[in-house]
Design a protein. Structure first.
Length: 464
């Protein structure tokens, strides 16, 4: 490992910044600090103060939205137009957490309803779970940190966060805003380290909860290594399926699908990847998507006109290219793209009928590729959509309400969009993967609940 972490532009490789790595001793100190805070109940930050800190943080981030969006675009490659939306969502998410602290309450448990429960009163309260370790991903470098760190601060959990090593600057920007808003620095620590040291941190028995966003391979591996009692929230990826029947409104659907598939060069965990289209409209859909793909502006993410930026690393361009070449060689028909534009950018690609066992069909491609599959029978299309080990968000396009509801019921997904693309999300909705796509529930309030535990108290008195 080099002495300094160089943060490079994924578009042209220029050095944006270089930062000091976190040492083993500094990681140990951070763990010891959050463990101490979690057990000193009298030092907890009261709820009114947490609300004020988060409200001030939201105001600070909002004031610096343009600066932070530009830096997120430069270090992560998401086009500036979309990075601005990410920052707007981040502000909303921080405020949502502040507003939702009053929802972290307990409930009354029925008593005095039989002889055994006579003269008793029972209620629950919600308590912070303890030290949180958050490991994040590159593709939404600011807002993912919001979704992992802000809920912890909101419910009173001290937190250690490790951002993606390719995109640490957005994380540092958010945490600095928390400090400026009044959060004591000991309550939130940023570590910049490689995977071996991160693993040692994750498996430490003093960690109460691991929040991980990244690949399924790494996430499930870390879960297998955590100490007994450590809870996990895992968010991985998917191969988002879409079922489109013959009644779909194509003028509305095609731009949505193109956005959902090519947004951030397809580097989104719920990006449109597998589109099952009824045979009566498949030619129109494939041709239309291909034309939209060809018209997209690909290039420098900090330019106002760019719609599709680079992949995060050049080796990812090479991987996507190999997968597309494999699908084409096995019979998939190319309708757009299918080639790298530069060493960092890959053309938005539409493939018709790649084999169901090709990598583009069975694995998360995390690149700007939409696969279109022809079907005659909707049930057969649903079966094909469900046959992969991933299950996250899915969609159905139809004008028939019965078809929409029946398809939504049969698709194996945590969320099914109707007449919208699979990458739709607002920050107050639950966000979760099934099967290998994740564990636990994300979203601001759901994560706050995951980061608290319910404690019951039972009072016995002859006066009750």
């Amino acid at each position: 490992m080099t002495d300094r972490l160089k943060v490079l532009s994924p578009y042209d490789g220029h050095i944006i910044s270089d930062l000091a790595y976190t040492t083993v001793a500094e990681v140990e100190q951070a763990i010891a600090t959050v463990d101490r805070l979690a057990h000193r109940y009298d030092e907890a930050i009261p709820a009114p103060e947490r609300i004020e800190i988060l409200e001030r943080t939201a105001t600070l981030v909002e004031a610096k939205t343009e600066i932070f969006a530009m830096q997120a675009a430069e270090e992560g490659g998401k086009p500036l137009l979309d990075s601005r939306v990410e920052l707007e969502r981040a502000v909303q998410g921080i405020r949502e957490a502040a507003r939702s602290i009053n929802q972290m309450v307990g409930r009354e448990i029925p008593m005095n309803i039989n002889a055994a429960s006579k003269n008793r009163l029972a209620m629950t309260i919600r308590e912070p779970i303890g030290p949180v370790v958050a490991i994040s991903a590159f593709n939404h470098p600011f807002n993912l940190i919001v979704h992992q760190v802000i809920p912890a601060i909101a419910v009173g959990c001290p937190v250690i966060v490790k951002p993606a090593m390719t995109t640490p600057l957005s994380c540092l920007n958010l945490i600095q805003c928390l400090y400026e808003a009044g959060l004591p620095k000991e309550w939130c620590h940023v570590v910049l380290c490689e995977s071996d040291l991160a693993e040692k941190m994750v498996i430490d028995p003093r960690v109460a909860l691991l929040s991980f966003i990244g690949s399924a391979k790494v996430g499930w591996y870390l879960r297998s290594k955590v100490a007994p009692g450590t809870r996990c929230i895992l968010e991985h990826g998917g191969t988002a399926p879409v079922i489109m029947d013959s009644s779909a409104h194509l003028e509305e659907a095609l731009p949505l699908l193109a956005k959902g598939g090519f947004y951030h060069a397809g580097q989104v965990c719920v990006s449109v990847q597998r589109l099952f289209v009824h045979e009566s409209i498949v030619h129109t859909v494939t041709t239309g998507l291909g034309e939209l793909a060809k018209a997209m502006v690909v290039g420098d993410p900090i330019k106002e006109t760019t719609e599709v930026g680079p992949l995060i690393l050049e080796r990812e361009v090479e991987r996507v290219s190999q997968w597309v070449d494999e699908a084409q060689a096995a019979g998939g028909m190319l309708h757009s793209g299918g080639k790298s534009i530069t060493s960092s950018c890959y053309a938005p690609t539409v493939i018709l009928n790649p084999p169901d066992d090709a990598k583009v069909s069975t694995e998360e491609i995390f690149g700007p590729v939409i696969n279109v599959y022809t079907y005659k029978d909707r049930m057969e299309a649903i079966q094909r959509a469900n046959q992969v080990p991933f299950s996250f968000q899915a969609a159905v396009f139809t004008k028939d309400v019965d078809v929409a509801l029946d398809t939504a019921k049969r698709l194996n997904a945590a969320t099914v969009m109707i007449n919208d693309h699979t990458a739709f999300r607002v920050d107050w909705m639950p966000f979760a993967g099934r099967k290998t796509s994740g564990l636990g529930v994300g979203g601001i309030v759901p994560t706050m609940l995951e980061m608290t535990e319910e404690k019951m108290m039972v009072f016995r008195s002859n006066l009750i």
